[in-house]
Structures are given as C-alpha cells and as structure tokens.
Design a protein around this ligand. Structure first.
Ligand code: SF4
Length: 335
C-alpha cells in the first residue's frame, strides 16, 4: 500500500482471536474474540485515543500493532508497509519505530539498572550513537527532556517515585526517535496530581518533537485532554468515533453516554442536574458475544432489531461515526 500523506499507522479489518482449549489434549473448543474488525488511521503529529472498559480489546489492539500478539486477520501498515506481511528479519529493522509506554512503570523497568543505564541500553541497541561520549550526551538529553535531573538518572527504579519512573519510561520510548508511541494506560497507576503532570509532559513533547500517539485508556476525561480523535470500543469492536471535543458535547452511542455519565463532576449543582445512566449487567464474555448489537443486553434503548442485526459504523455528521440502529432517534434536537 502506498503511504497516504501524513498517515503513519493504518489498521484495516484487524481481528485477534485467541483459541480456547480444553483438557490435557488441548482440544480447541472455541475462540475468544478479543478484537473484531477494527479499522482506523493515525495521522503524523496527532493523537488517536481508544477508550473502553477493562477487557474491551484496546490493549490487545496495541499489542497486535507491536506484534506482541498474533493478528488473526487484517492489515497493519506503518508508513505504508504491512507489518503483518514482514518476515521476522524485516520486522526487526522497523520494530523500533513503534514504542510503547506501559501502564505499570515499575514493572516495565529493569529493577537492577539505574535510570540512565535503562535509557543508554536502548541507545546502544539502536546503534546510532557510537562513542561513549555520544551515548552519555544523548542519555542526559533524554533525561532532561522528560524533566529528570542527572541525579535521578543515577537512581534505581525502587528509589524513584511513580511519576519519575513513568518519566524514565517515556525517555526510553523516545530514545529511538519512534514514528509512533503507543501509550497503554500510561497514567492510570499514578496519583491524580501526578497524572496531570505526565499528560502535560506528553503534550509538550508532542508539540516540540511532532510525536504521534495512540493513547489507550479507560478514563474518558484523561483521553479528552490529549486526543484529537477518540474511538470508543466495546467487546472488541469500535462503536463510536468522534473528535475529542465532541465526546462531552455530542456523544451518540448509548454506551459512550453511559461511560460519560459515570465521570465524577466537581460542581454539586451540575452533579444534581446530570442524569447518571446505570448500565445493567456485566460486560458479556467475548467467548459468547451476544447476537446483533453486542451492547443490547445492557442497553436501555434496545429493541428487537438490536438483538438480531449488528449495527455497522456509519457517518452521523462530519467525521463523527457511530454503530447504533437508533442513534438518530436518540440525538438531541439541536444536532
Ligand atoms: Fe442500544 Fe440498539 Fe443502539 Fe445497540 S443498536 S446501542 S442495543 S439502541
């Protein structure tokens, strides 16, 4: 595929199914459909957010892009090259172009290495800095970029705060000058006050370096702050796509509305005016996904057609897309 101008990542019809086996013979008895027909593009210098509850398939989507899990079907183009068609040798050459910032900065850093060594190791693997002086200079530059002093660089992960560890994780991701950074719940393990600092740092670095992010999170309020475009995921499928500023002003899918209604509002009067949408039941198992609309067992607006026919994503207005049979009836009149 010829790389479209400014499109760094293009995911088309991605499916990730995990075989389900039973007994010591490992007889296959079905599939866990973790990701089901997911399609999206990420433009250079922009942030695409994927939000949804735990287990909805958003992290598996990120892992499939990194080839940490095998895709069952679909295409993943990085700068026009299909990552899924590459041999292991070809993939080795491009894999550093996509880096990941993990949810748990403690678990993702080698506890036996100081922060500066963790970053330096990546620079050595990348092979672009040849002398010890060059490696030291670039390591220091990366620490400074993420707001860490030389002294912090000499600390082990257990000697740092959660925020400092996540800054090391960001510096490590930046070390190879990646085309795309996948941020997988990068602030959900941090204190609220530190979350804002890390989001501000990611935003600042994006402006300065022209970075491109795929931002995966369950917290819609966090995603709104950083993303340009947001996809809402439910049971392995996208159910809504919108500009981040439309997420709070004009959500269309009943699931998006329910997620938004669960975000705490600081203003007491607004909280009283706002209608909390209680979702009944649990997220269904991806092994036995419901027929028709996957959200129908929990949706307060479900009708017969919802139980029988899967709604496809369609354009509601502008770039806003939604997969719901009844979104037009549920739209506020001003839209
Ligand atoms: Fe609810 Fe039906 Fe829309 Fe699904 S298609 S979200 S069940 S109204």
């Amino acid at each position: 595929m010829e790389a479209q101008k400014n499109i760094i990542l293009s995911v088309k019809g991605l499916k990730v199914h995990f075989p389900l086996t039973k007994g010591i013979t490992k007889r296959q008895i079905g599939y866990v459909r973790a990701v089901e027909d997911v399609t999206f593009d990420v433009e250079r210098g922009k942030t695409v957010g994927i939000v949804g509850e735990s287990g909805c398939g958003k992290t598996t989507t990120g892992k499939a892009i990194l080839r940490m899990v095998n895709a069952t079907d679909g295409e993943i183009y990085l700068n026009g090259e299909n990552l899924l068609k590459m041999t292991p040798h070809e993939h080795d050459k491009v894999k550093r172009k996509v880096q990941m910032i993990f949810q748990d900065p403690y678990g993702s850093l080698d506890p036996r290495q100081k922060a500066s060594s963790i970053i330096r190791e990546i620079l050595v693997e990348d092979g672009k800095h040849h002398t010890s002086e060059e490696l030291d200079r670039r390591t220091q530059q990366l620490l400074t970029m993420v707001g860490l002093s030389e002294e912090i660089g000499e600390r082990y992960p257990h000697e740092m705060s959660g925020g400092q560890r996540q800054r090391v994780g960001i510096a490590r991701a930046l070390a190879c000058n990646p085309d795309l950074i996948i941020c997988d719940e990068p602030v959900s393990a941090l204190d609220v006050s530190i979350q804002a600092q890390i989001i501000n740092l990611l935003t600042k670095l994006q402006k300065e370096l022209g970075l491109t992010y795929l931002f995966i999170a369950h917290d819609l309020a966090v995603v709104r702050h950083i993303a340009d475009t947001v996809y809402v995921m439910y049971l392995g499928k996208f159910v809504e796509k919108m500009r981040s500023d439309e997420m709070f002003s004009s959500p269309l899918h009943p699931y998006t509305k329910a997620l938004l209604s669960a975000i705490p509002v600081v203003d007491y009067h607004m909280e009283k005016m706002r209608k909390r949408i209680e979702l009944s039941g649990e997220v269904p198992s991806p092994i036995h996904a419901p027929t028709g609309c996957p959200f129908h067992p929990r949706c307060p607006h479900a009708t017969e057609i919802c139980k029988e026919k899967m709604p496809e994503m369609e354009v509601a207005f502008g770039d806003h897309e939604v997969a719901c049979h009844h979104y037009k009836e549920l739209m506020p009149e001003q839209q």
